[in-house]
Design a protein around this ligand. Structure first.
Ligand code: SAH
Ligand code: SF4
Ligand code: F3S
Length: 488
């Protein structure tokens, strides 16, 4: 096996982690070092080195990928399409369920030829890397993975890359614990008209099935001023929609000793010219406050959509999941939200087959789905995750029973979503245009304020524009329409 330069798992790599904010001088210095190496390479060979990204998981990873792309661009690399050959292939990985991990191994394994024939190198990052057994497996069985970093030390990538380029050795470095919030990293945004903006990192909730708190660390909020500065800069650059990100955005500010800071942040964003739409994800039902509901009602830019995962409809299961709310609390919360914002679209996450879930428990999930009438739901079969409490709990039902329940849930939800979508037929809705439709390149596609996907026929390139679209047909997952009057 090749030599691995540094495989220490640093316990707390920056001393007192947490609140202190850091500028990234050090990172910038290493970027300059790599840039110099690349200038030499280009002078010598006439070629510019390239990279491509392979991103798994949630929006946090998509946002992290933009930082990684930003650093690589700053270091002189050119981004190529996801299917084009590249000198560096960066994986941003997810471990929330087993199939996400398996897909990553599959993709990495499929690159052997490209690495051998072209000399490409693989960089592996993201949530999976925070797990020691994953590092062992990559070290042993995936020799083209040359650089590894985790979720807490993304800003160290330039130094690790420099070390690899100058020594040829494999460089694996992970921080076990979160460090300071790092500001001012370069970002290469994947789109101009809409953007993800982190507001809080990590999670303190420890739902018993979930790996996220172990791989993303404890909650750390960004300072409100830093967030607003980023959004003002985005607006100046033509961005019209922002999505505020956190595992639980409702906890924003708690670690800064501030109450209700999330609602205040929404009021502040409301005053930023150029931004037309504000979204946020994810909200935890136990923390969604009345002040937030009021802000959603009063702030015109906040879209009429709320993603509010309930996970399970039975109180017994919710308690075993450590969700800290009951179905009654959830239903009352939905009533209060709908009273404040009558047209709101609600979406959710649901887990089927949690250890100990009985038929009766599952029926409570179906019942809650019927009662709430979600516009959309992400539905998952429970997947045991190493190191979580539920991993050790006995699965009382057969895989067949669980798949059956999953199927019943999907059928019910699809029927509900189809029915709800019909209310759009004949209506004219505001769409923020994302570009050509992925399924039909003769059409454009975009999203309503309620986050419904709309495909529609129109003339010209309207990407990034707000357009009125008349809906002709409505299905569970998309609407079809034709352009009305353009609005700018
Ligand atoms: N922070 C968000 C979502 C995190 S993960 C929240 O709290 O809502 C996204 C979704 O994946 C979760 O809402 C949950 O439904 C699902 N999920 C998480 N761990 C899982 C597991 N072990 N098995 C199946 N689904 C899981
Ligand atoms: Fe996971 Fe629960 Fe935290 Fe969401 S709130 S990230 S489901 S532990
Ligand atoms: Fe996956 Fe990490 Fe997000 S585990 S769901 S990418 S926080």
């Amino acid at each position: 096996m090749e030599n691995i330069k540094d495989s220490t798992r640093k316990k707390d790599a920056c001393g007192q982690g947490g609140l202190e904010l850091a500028k990234t001088m050090e990172s910038a210095d290493w970027m300059e070092q790599v840039r110099n190496l690349n200038v030499e390479h280009t002078l010598r060979t006439g070629k510019v080195r390239t990279f491509r990204l392979d991103v798994f998981g949630c929006q946090m990873n998509e946002r992290d990928a933009e930082t990684i792309a930003g650093m690589l661009t700053n270091m002189g690399y050119e981004q190529v399409a996801p299917d084009a050959p590249a000198d560096i292939i960066v994986f941003v990985t997810c471990c929330v369920r087993e199939n996400a991990e398996e897909r990553v191994y599959g993709h990495i394994g499929g690159l052997t030829r490209e690495c051998e024939e072209r000399g490409s190198i693989i960089v592996a990052s993201g949530c999976m890397m925070q797990q020691p057994h994953v590092l062992e497996k990559l070290k042993k069985s995936y020799r083209h993975v040359k650089i590894v970093f985790g979720t807490h030390n993304i800003h160290e990538f330039p130094r690790l890359l420099y070390q690899h380029l100058t020594s040829g050795k494999r460089v694996f470095e992970i921080w076990e614990k979160e460090g300071r919030v790092i500001e001012d990293m370069p970002i290469k945004r994947s789109e101009r008209h809409k953007a993800f903006v982190n507001i809080i990192y990590g999670c303190n909730n420890f739902c018993t099935y979930c790996i996220v708190p172990y791989v993303r660390g404890r909650e750390r909020s960004r300072r409100k001023e830093d967030i607003l500065e980023e959004i003002r800069a985005l607006a100046a650059d033509g961005c019209r929609e922002i999505t505020l990100l956190g595992q639980n955005v409702n906890s924003y500010g708690n670690d800064l000793g501030e109450k209700d800071l999330f609602a205040r942040l929404l009021y502040d964003i409301e005053t930023i010219d150029g931004i037309d739409r504000v979204r946020f994800t994810t909200s935890h039902p136990k923390d969604l406050s009345d002040s937030l509901i009021r802000a959603m009602k009063e702030c015109e830019k906040v879209c009429e959509h709320l993603h509010l995962p309930f996970q399970a409809g039975s109180n017994r299961v919710l308690q075993r999941m450590n969700r800290k709310y009951t179905r009654e609390h959830y239903l009352a919360l939905v009533d209060r939200i709908r009273e404040a914002v009558p047209d709101i679209a609600l979406t959710t996450d649901i887990i089927v087959g949690f250890p100990g879930e009985t038929e009766e428990d599952f029926e409570q999930t179906l019942d809650l789905v019927r009662k709430v009438q979600f516009d959309a739901a992400f539905m998952f079969i429970y997947s045991p995750r190493k190191g979580t409490p539920a991993e050790k709990w006995e699965q009382t039902e057969s895989q067949e029973t669980i798949s059956n329940r999953f199927k019943r849930l999907v059928e019910l939800q699809t029927e509900i979503a189809t029915g709800l979508a019909k209310r759009y037929e004949g209506r004219t809705v505001e769409v923020l245009v994302d570009g050509l439709s992925k399924t039909n390149p003769e059409m454009l596609s975009g999203r309503t304020r309620t986050n419904k996907l709309v495909n529609f026929r129109a003339n010209g390139n309207l990407t990034g524009r707000l357009v009125d679209v008349e809906i002709i047909r409505a299905g569970a997952f998309w609407l079809e329409g034709k352009e009305g009057a353009g609005r700018g």
